[in-house]
Design a binder for this molecule. Structure first.
Ligand SMILES: Cc1cc2nc3c(=O)[nH]c(=O)nc-3n(C[C@H](O)[C@H](O)[C@H](O)COP(=O)(O)O)c2cc1C
Length: 155
């Protein structure tokens, strides 16, 4: 199977998740990990499955991820399976103000899924992974959760 893992990352956490996903899914598969700004439409249209991750920025995907999503022509994805994930700040341990902001804006993966659905994608999984504070690091045990999630996608 051909798999593209596309990611954006400002502080390195989403990149770490993308690389972990690759380690899990590469056995017997051809896997390409690509930064979102280097991603061409063929990297989205030609693989058997695409996994896309973006940090949540103001409740939505990052600007660079938005640019890529907007480049995909409407109805072009023809039921191609996509798994989407975001990295977001864990509300655990935040003050009540930050908790309110996080809840109000929401996370970016469901929004990315909605855009991809409009382009014809079949969304097979939507997941959020959590960082402790703006820059991370990833919440404890999150890498374990990433590995389980990635396994589930290709099973
Ligand atoms: C401009 C900006 C806006 C952000 N907005 C949110 C937000 O609305 N909700 C949230 O949970 N995290 C927010 N964050 C924190 C990011 O989710 C966090 O930096 C990201 O998950 C870390 O991933 P990265 O290391 O791959 O960049 C924001 C971060 C930045 C830089």
């Amino acid at each position: 199977m051909k798999i593209s893992v596309v990611y954006d990352s400002k502080f390195g956490n989403t990149q770490k998740i993308a690389e972990t996903i690759k380690e899990v899914v590469e056995r017997g598969n051809e896997v390409k990990v690509i930064h979102v700004t280097d991603t061409k439409i063929k990297d989205i249209e030609s693989p058997d499955i695409v996994i896309i991750g973006s940090p949540t920025h103001a409740g939505n995907v990052s600007e660079a991820t938005k640019v890529l999503l907007n480049m995909i022509p409407k109805d072009s994805l023809k039921n191609k399976p996509f798994a989407v994930f975001d990295t977001s700040v864990a509300s655990f341990g935040q003050n009540i103000f930050m908790k309110g902001i996080i809840k109000f804006f929401g996370y970016s993966a469901p929004k990315m899924a909605n855009v991809l659905k409009k382009r014809g994608a079949k969304i097979v999984s939507i997941q959020s992974f959590f960082v402790m504070g703006m820059k991370g690091p990833l919440k404890e045990d999150e890498i374990k959760r990433v590995k389980n999630w990635a396994k589930g996608i290709i099973e």
